[in-house]
Design a protein around this ligand. Structure first.
Ligand code: GTP
Ligand code: MG
Length: 203
């Protein structure tokens, strides 16, 4: 897919105020600092479309980006950031859950996992939440550049094996690096295929 346009539409904390356009939507979720905003920038080949930071907790709202005038990418706040106040965490949790439960245009969610990490409780719980609400998702391994290729393969194989202790089958997964652009083509091809698949539902 060629990216002809990528524009920021709006930020908000209430899914009922999100853009009304009836077009396919893809959401990026995962722990704080896992690389959600960076991945969006890498896919769109735009440096500062989504705001990034080396400190966790940068993205704090639901951010809609309209791509090629025909589909949305959504950058969400990360979960699992310990430094955040309990009150704020509860608010985040509430509007993120609401987003997933209410957003009719959502066709696929990307759950981002740092390639270097073993399965963590909070990610497994989030995937379970998606499963229980019948929200289709893929797993995206991020920061692949931080591991050598043999260690990377080993880590991903082991991650998937451990996931099979919780799930009967594995979701589709991608291995990416926002610094080396690894996985970009495959990722965009996947979105193109889904956009074609769901086109009739969005007429
Ligand atoms: P929150 O908005 O806080 O939830 O974080 P986020 O998941 O959006 O992470 P963000 O994209 O802001 O990236 C966090 C940090 O990781 C930044 O310092 C990025 O430069 C770095 N980072 C993200 N992706 C990669 C990657 O693929 N490789 C490397 N080496 N660093 C990355
Ligand atoms: Mg972010």
């Amino acid at each position: 897919m060629k990216i002809k346009s990528a524009e920021f539409v709006m930020s908000n904390s209430n899914v009922t105020k999100a853009p009304k356009d009836n077009i396919p939507e893809y959401a990026f979720i995962g722990r704080s600092n896992v690389g959600k905003s960076s991945l969006i920038n890498m896919l769109m080949e735009r440096k500062d479309l989504a705001k990034t930071s080396s400190k966790p907790g940068k993205t704090q709202l639901i951010n809609h980006f309209k791509i090629n005038d025909s589909w949305f990418l959504v950058d969400l706040p990360g979960y699992g950031y310990a430094q955040i106040s309990k009150k704020k965490r509860t608010i985040f949790q509430y509007f993120i859950e609401n987003y997933f439960k209410e957003r009719k245009q959502l066709v696929c969610t990307f759950v981002l996992i740092d390639s270097r990490h073993d399965p963590q409780k909070i990610d497994l719980e989030f995937m379970r939440f998606l499963g229980e609400n019948q929200i289709p998702f893929c797993i995206v391994f991020t920061k692949a550049d931080k591991l050598g290729s043999s260690k990377l393969n080993k880590q991903i194989t082991s991650y998937k094996k451990k996931l099979l202790n919780h799930w009967e089958s594995l979701p589709q997964s991608f291995v990416t690096s926002s610094s080396s652009k690894l996985g970009r083509e495959e990722f965009l091809d996947f979105i193109t295929a889904i956009n074609e698949d769901v086109a009739d539902d969005f007429k």
